[in-house]
Design a protein around this ligand. Structure first.
Ligand SMILES: [Fe+2]
Length: 262
């Protein structure tokens, strides 16, 4: 019994010492790879894919979309999302059927956006033409018109695989130090910065744990995994900030419709 108590006392002493003092007598000094016979192999895991596309010569199309969206906004509830979730302040959100509209500018945008998302899905999953032919991309799509002080708090998009944001009009140009209207993604590696010291505080990308910010420009289209939490920082411009948002998911073509196929 006494021997057993002594053993646990010693274990406790070791744990206590390790937890309260630096016990290494000869701490190693980082030497880089200059003295190493074989450099360790980097394994890059848990990568998060983002895609960026630009619609060429988007000026005329964006002008047409802006005119159309503001005209629809002025009709109030007719085109407003009746089930807008909390966390959206100072903005107009349309219903989710935007890509069902038959107006030519909307259909042009639909082609560009859904072709881009189709590329994302095909390339990352490695689908061949036969497999793609058996699939269809369903989407919910809407527009936002944001005015001075408007913002969207952090959220993600359950029940979708890929989401996207297309910029019709970023609003008034902000200087580079401002985060006005920034589209910000929160790093999903929640515990990745639980302990910071000189060993990890200067990690280079893609390993640094930090939010990822996009400053939108006309015609820029960002595609991202729908599970990522993101937000729009308060827009401080005097004009209108106009974006189109998309949620998409994929199913076999024979499935029962519950959304809009591309
Ligand atoms: Fe969103």
């Amino acid at each position: 019994m006494l021997a057993s108590a002594g053993f646990f006392f010693c274990v406790w002493r070791l744990i206590f010492a390790a937890g309260t003092r630096t016990i290494s007598i000869d701490p190693p000094i980082p030497r880089g790879d200059a003295t190493m016979a074989t450099a360790p192999k980097l394994i890059n895991a848990f990568t998060t894919p983002f895609f960026e596309a630009h619609l060429e010569n988007a000026g005329t199309l964006n002008d047409e979309l802006r005119t159309l969206f503001i005209e629809r906004e002025q009709q109030g509830d007719k085109y407003r999302n009746p089930y807008m979730t909390p966390g959206k302040v100072g903005l107009f959100e349309s219903d989710f059927d935007l890509f069902r509209w038959t107006e030519q500018p909307v259909q042009k945008l639909r082609s560009f956006c859904m072709d881009t998302i189709g590329h994302v899905i095909a390339s990352l999953n490695g689908y061949d033409r036969g497999e793609l032919a058996r699939l269809e991309i369903i989407n919910h799509t809407w527009f936002h018109i944001t005015r001075k002080g408007g913002y969207t708090t952090y959220h993600n998009h359950p029940m979708a695989s890929w989401s996207g944001v297309y910029c019709v009009d970023p609003g008034d140009a902000a200087d580079d130090s401002s985060d006005s209207g920034i589209l910000r993604f929160l790093d999903p590696r929640g515990m990745g910065n639980m302990f910071l010291d000189a060993g990890n505080s200067r990690l280079q990308q893609p390993f640094r744990v930090a939010s990822l910010n996009f400053r939108l420009t006309p015609g820029r289209f960002i595609v991202f995994p729908s599970y990522l939490f993101h937000e729009v920082a308060p827009y401080q411009g005097a004009g209108t900030r106009i974006t189109v948002a998309i949620n998409s998911w994929v199913r076999e073509r024979s499935a029962t419709p519950d959304g809009q196929a591309r």
